[in-house]
Design a protein around this ligand. Structure first.
Ligand SMILES: NC(=O)N[C@@H](CC(=O)O)C(=O)O
Ligand SMILES: [Zn+2]
Ligand SMILES: [Zn+2]
Length: 354
């Protein structure tokens, strides 16, 4: 009988998080150090209330993030650098894209279909309304990041991503074949296959929780609101397809935690918010997922090489090391004046980032 030998430690180039929610104010100050400890850079989502729709908003938000960074974490990699994004609306001015491109600190524009997820009320009602803006993005090389779910009430919640590919993604890419697109937080074999086979500049981020869990996790022994996120966890066959994509070495797939902090009361509620908090232990979770797949040798490309290649940024300097060592995740962590419950709260974690 042979046993697969799991290495006791792994050292990789310092990684980045290509999909992150940092929120604002006191919550920002609480959660930012977790991400800054694990990652050199992060693509910061613009779904604040009100959303980050202009260059001026993004500049001010970036200043608040830098001001909230603990001493010693400022400056270029291997410390922390926020990569800013704009929130696309029906009315985004095409000239705002040119101004954004000129800043050097705005790296993408985010499409939230109106009503699809947390703080998407100001999102896009019909992508046709944005075509002039998208054409400028295509021209200047500004990537479009996509929350890829349709919102039609007649479409089953679990089918919203697959239907989005047919109704929105394919027509958009036919009309704008040179527009760089990141299909964010993909959750289905349909999306993994679409991205792997598509031609042109398209990539996808994959979260740690979608690599580790299927939808049973939301209902394991009772309803577990901290496993509820959007797009919602899917069947096992989809999880397996995501693991295959992430560990394939295909440079179109890269790390994006979608760590999405919500105060405990907003999650443990009769109408709980969508979002899983993983900033505290993201690299541990990804390492576990890759170790389970026997693909630790593919982790570095997924976490540290493929993202910068897509965004046209340099790889980070320095390395991080994870060791096979058990520790217990706290039950809660402070979030401003509230607490939040991280994913895997109180559970044993088998890897530890040093
Ligand atoms: N993923 C989530 O479930 N929630 C995100 C929004 C998003 O990324 O769709 C949030 O901002 O809370
Ligand atoms: Zn989303
Ligand atoms: Zn998100």
């Amino acid at each position: 009988m042979s046993t697969i030998e799991i290495p006791q430690s792994i050292t990789i180039t310092r990684p980045d998080d290509w999909h992150l929610h940092l929120r604002d104010g006191a919550a920002l100050a609480s959660v930012l150090p977790h991400t800054a400890r694990q990652f050199a850079r992060a693509i910061v989502m613009p779904n604040l209330k009100p959303p980050v729709t202009t260059v001026a908003d993004a500049a001010a938000y970036r200043d608040r993030i830098l001001a909230a960074l603990p001493a010693g974490m400022h400056g270029p990699a291997p410390r922390f650098e926020p990569l800013m994004t704009l929130y696309l609306t029906d009315n985004t001015d095409p000239d705002e894209i040119r101004r954004a491109q000129d800043t050097g600190f705005i790296h993408a524009v985010k499409l939230y279909p109106a009503g699809a997820t947390t703080n998407s009320q100001a999102g896009v009602t019909d992508l046709k309304k944005c075509y002039k803006t998208l054409e400028v993005m295509q021209e200047v090389g500004m990537p479009l990041l996509v929350h890829g779910e349709v919102t039609d009430n007649d479409i089953d919640l679990f089918d919203r991503e697959a239907v989005f590919i047919e109704r929105v993604m394919r027509p958009l890419r036919r009309d704008m074949p040179a527009l760089a697109i990141v299909f964010e937080h993909i959750t289905t074999k349909d999306a993994a296959q679409y991205v792997a086979e598509a031609e042109g500049p398209i990539a996808a981020t994959i979260t740690a929780h979608h690599l580790l869990y299927n939808r049973n996790e939301i209902f394991r022994g009772g309803i577990r609101p901290h496993y509820y996120c959007l797009p919602v966890l899917k069947r096992e066959e989809h999880r397996l397809a995501l693991v295959t994509a992430a560990t394939s070495g295909d440079e179109r797939f890269f790390l994006g935690t979608d760590s999405a902090p919500h105060a405990i009361g907003a999650k443990e509620s009769s109408c709980g918010c969508a979002g899983c908090y993983t900033a505290l232990h993201a690299m541990e979770l990804y390492t576990e997922a890759f170790a389970q797949a026997g693909a630790l040798d593919k982790l570095e490309a997924f976490a540290s090489f493929n993202g910068p290649a897509f965004y046209g940024l340099p790889r980070n300097e320095g390395t991080i090391t994870l060791v096979r060592e058990s520790w217990n995740l706290p039950a809660t962590v402070p979030m401003g004046e509230n607490d939040l419950v991280p994913l895997n709260a109180g559970e044993r974690i088998d890897w530890k980032m040093l």
